[in-house]
Design a protein around this ligand. Structure first.
Ligand code: ZN
Length: 113
């Protein structure tokens, strides 16, 4: 897990250095993997929290090798608006009319409080 986080952090640093993103929460991470590595990554929960980004998408690419060094990590700007409660970007923000500015995760937390 640490190795995966290091791998993603390296890509985040590169994107930040290239001014593609500012804070890591502005980023969406796209991971392509195969074999055991894909199974390992998709078995994890809360990857977005682990990487401190707004979204993580994992897809299978059978052309890749099955090791951690074979995965491909893409960084792009997260879509949506910034939730004022957790600073995460969410394309689904505003789905609840009572909390139009909050992301779905925060809306659930606020409603259950
Ligand atoms: Zn939120």
């Amino acid at each position: 897990m640490q190795a995966l986080r290091d791998r993603v952090n390296r890509s985040l640093e590169e994107a930040r250095a290239a001014k593609e993103i500012g804070k890591s929460l502005e980023a969406k991470v796209t991971i392509s993997a195969n074999g055991e590595e894909y199974d390992f990554i998709t078995a994890q929960t809360d990857l977005d929290k682990l990487f401190i980004v707004s979204a993580v998408e994992v897809s299978k690419n059978e052309a890749l090798g099955a090791g951690l060094e074979d995965i491909e990590v893409g960084i792009s700007r997260a879509e949506g608006i910034k939730c004022p409660r957790c600073w995460t970007f969410s394309a689904a923000a505003g789905s609840d009319p009572e909390h139009p500015e909050l992301c779905p995760r925060c809306t659930a937390v606020v409603k259950n409080a």
